[in-house]
Design a protein around this ligand. Structure first.
Ligand code: PLP
Length: 351
């Protein structure tokens, strides 16, 4: 395969000039800033909230760089992973013409963002084992296919995608391969971040929303070659990560021990919960999970979902999703939450 980034990028994106903010044009240190029409008197809040935030979030990236072992120039930060997904479409896919391949059952935002941007979606279902249909993907690729989204560990199935299969795609597709690793911290698999220097067509997405416990902060990360990151920085809104998020992320990132402890607890709970679910008479299967949730196939899943709702316990009904018939997606809770869930499930009439 021949990868040529320049030929993949939409013409209008190549031609556009990025917004140049005051903080972009002057980057040194000064004592008086009168260049950005900020409120010189301050704000009702502490911490420089009267100032625009760093558009490139360098302090946050420097901390992340040490944690992830990736240079800052290979890191993009977005308002959740969703911003990175949207930007990739807008950079690479011509509306009304280009397409992306998604691999259902998978995360819903890949398709929502495509529709929002008038890009076509080609669906190649996973196999019965929730692995890649390599031939199906090869047949679906056409000259207008710009992106392939691979979610590993996959949502809602929970399993990791076989590494060799991902490598086959990376080695043979001359568009962009996006690997969404939102759940990688819970997995025994190695992150593809280590492969960035090997594959110029690779974008790895991670997030602070899951193992870092910060879904409310809205901080998503994309890791890629420097030219791809520069394109993302060019197209994003100038101040996409606000001051509050940057300050809190800096604070949170000092707590990797908390994260590792809770990953270990989640994995223990996940295996306990799996065994408890398998003991229920109406459970038909609980699929292997490398994530912080389980996909469980149950007789009359919708009915079980409704009954749990009435008890104030909400899981995700995935029974209408292809290859997830009669399946519920259950997030691993605290030991107490899981105990209550199992108690309520045990009381249900076995349909
Ligand atoms: C939860 C999740 C994300 C995280 O999205 P954010 O916008 O960063 O909160 C990304 N991808 C998948 C597959 C997810 O399940």
């Amino acid at each position: 395969m021949e990868f040529n980034l320049d030929s993949l990028v939409r013409d209008n994106i190549k031609k556009m000039t990025a917004y140049s903010s005051a903080r972009h044009e002057f980057t040194g240190n000064a004592s008086i800033y009168l260049d950005a029409n900020e409120n010189s008197f301050g704000s009702p809040l502490p911490d420089n909230f009267n100032r625009y935030p760093d558009p490139l979030q360098m302090q946050v990236k420097e901390k992340l760089s040490k944690i992830k072992g990736v240079p800052t120039q290979n890191i993009f930060l977005g308002n959740g992973s969703d911003e990175a997904i949207d930007l990739l479409y807008r950079i690479f896919c011509e509306p009304g013409r280009d397409n992306a391949i998604i691999l259902p059952p998978t995360y819903g935002m890949y398709e929502v963002c495509a529709e929002m941007n008038d890009m076509k979606i080609k669906r190649v279902n996973l196999t019965k084992e929730y692995q890649l249909d390599i031939d199906g993907i090869a047949n679906a690729i056409d000259p207008f296919t710009k992106l392939i989204f691979i979610c590993s560990p996959n949502n809602p199935t929970g399993n990791s995608i076989n590494r060799n299969d991902v490598e086959v795609i990376l080695n043979n597709f001359d568009g962009i391969v996006v690997i969404d690793e939102a759940y990688i911290n819970y997995s025994k698999q190695r992150s593809f971040i280590a492969e960035l220097t090997e594959y110029p067509n690779l974008v790895v997405m991670q997030t602070l929303s899951k193992a870092w416990g910060l879904a409310g902060l809205r901080l998503g990360m994309a890791f890629a070659s420097q030219p791809i990151i520069e394109l993302m920085n060019k197209v994003k809104y100038p101040y996409n990560i606000n001051t509050a998020t940057q300050l809190l992320a800096l604070e949170a990132l000092d707590n990797i021990d908390w994260v590792n402890e809770h990953i270990a607890m989640t994995v223990v709970e996940r295996e306990n919960l799996k065994n408890e679910l398998l003991n229920l008479s109406f459970t038909e299967n609980v699929y292997p999970s490398d994530a912080n949730f389980l996909l469980a196939k149950m007789k009359n899943a919708r009915n079980i979902y409704d009954q749990l709702c009435q008890k104030g316990i909400i899981v995700r009904d995935r029974s209408k999703v292809v290859l997830c018939e009669d399946s519920l997606r259950i997030t691993v809770g605290t030991p107490e939450e899981n105990k209550q869930l199992i108690e309520e499930l045990s009381k249900l009439k076995s349909n």
